[in-house]
Design a protein around this ligand. Sequence first.
Ligand code: M6R
Length: 606
Amino acid sequence: MCGIIGYAGTRNAVPVITEGLKKLEYRGYDSAGIAVFGENGFEVVKQKGRLSALEERLKGNAISGNVGIGHTRWATHGEPSDVNSHPHVGSQSKIAVVHNGTIENYRRLKERLEQKGVRFASQTDSEVIAQLAEYYYDGNLMDTVVKVSGALEGSYALGIMCLDEPDSLVAVKKDNSLIVGVSEHGNFIASDVPAVLKHTNKVCYLNDKEIAVLTKDGVSFFNFDKEPLPKEIETVSWSFDSAEKGGYPHFMLKEIMEQPRVLKDTVRSVLSGGGNKSVIDNLDISGFDKIVITACGSAYNAGVVARYVFERLCRMSVEVELASEFRYKDAIIGDKTLVVLVSQSGETADTIAAMREAKSKGAATLSIINVVGSTISKEADYCLFTAAGPEIAVATTKAFSAQLVLLYALAVRFAVKLGKLPPEKEIALMAELETLPEKAKIILGHTDFIQKYASECVVYKSIFFIGRNIDYAIALEGSLKLKEISYIHSEAYAGGELKHGTISLIEEDTLVVAISNCGRLFGKIMSNAEQVMSRGAKVLLIGCCPEADSASYGGKLSYIGLPEISELFSPSLSVVVLQLFSYYVAANKGLDIDKPRNLAKSVTVE
Ligand code: M6R
């Protein structure tokens, strides 16, 4: 978690860095800080709280300099406080560091340095990097960075400045993302591309154990033997506008509204020539006897949906595992297993570990990723990219939708290759996928009822989501979305499970959201709905249910109809309503929707 940025150029680094930090705040927002080389050495301003609090401090503290580093924090070691904020400066005031990651052996290193008389100011693991760098520094910052990296255990992306080398900035990484951006007025390091998009779309992705040395005139890359590395500067397709709110009150709403475009681009990436199509065409599924999908959070929920689609179309058994569990379970996999990793960021620590575990057991790995250049996209054997563009809101919406359609398309193509789906059925299913953007647009064009209904739901203490089969899978996502941004307790259940325990929680004025797109199971989910209504609950029915008769339940049942779509692809429409519902509940509660408490978008720690 945490976001770091650095700049060496001709402009004042302070506004450049604070603007960049705004684009990284989704990675953590417990505190923020900045350090520049000023006339009298390091000038450091750091502040507990949101970036806006740092900006307030900076108004009364006119620091400036052409080289600087900045940080936005998601606390791991040490509470959110001014002193625990980054940048950390060594006790000789010679080295300043921003760090994203976790230093696992920091206690041992700290004790050793303390025995040598070094005095620590904070409770963080990160301060040990600045102190150790000062301890090792002998006139060459790059040498020092190599020595420090050799002593650190854990993960890190670092931006480091040294008082004796005021024109440059050094960066290094291991197991956490770091990009380098080059522009006409200066050069950047950042945790993620959106932080530099205002200035450049020319970037380079740093690999583990690579060092970048930045000055205003250029960037040089080295390995740990200090040999120069040729690195390619790429042009990214993301635009600056795509990482702006564009008039919407929140990124989440903007990203929900972008879904028709995202669905269209992602479906097209599979149908017309290009990276995704050729990866899928070249993957020989007949060599595998098992598919395991592993991921975290919403990406895991996309996997649960996909299991129904793969099993139905490919008639092949599919397992879905939380990456945090998969990595430690000694999974029964081997060279006949295809492990599918789903991740928006491509940097989720547990998903990275799951991928490495799968590879170490000889399994083939296929990733579905949004962020180009991310760790998983580079390390997996095959990678499909979702065409969602930058997703800034912590709660994922458009990236989730893009994951779903790529998984559907994969299932369809695998089914054909396995001889389980005749070509004419493939054409029909792919044509149906192409209708999703228009159908999503219809839902997004009629949000009045959802808004009004959601405004009345702020009073609920608990909201349950139920569904059967694939509707249950998408109920999991509806529930996660609601709880993460509205702080209302919520759980998702397979409708048939209610009577095995959960129904005891149903009382007057509990809300149950029932999803029904499986026509053959409509009667079943309605009988679950009746069971909870007869115990006092209200029910919101979402789906394509021509037989729904909300009028006959005395105001207890409300209904949101969806455009007609085949059962297997229906989660893509249900989820749009579920996202809007969660968004409007949270908006009516006046919450900080894009940055829910305690969360960060990219979970790069265990
Ligand atoms: O970047 P990833 O897709 O790997 O992230 C996985 C989860 O952390 C993520 O989906 C999380 O659950 C979201 N906040 C849900 O909206």
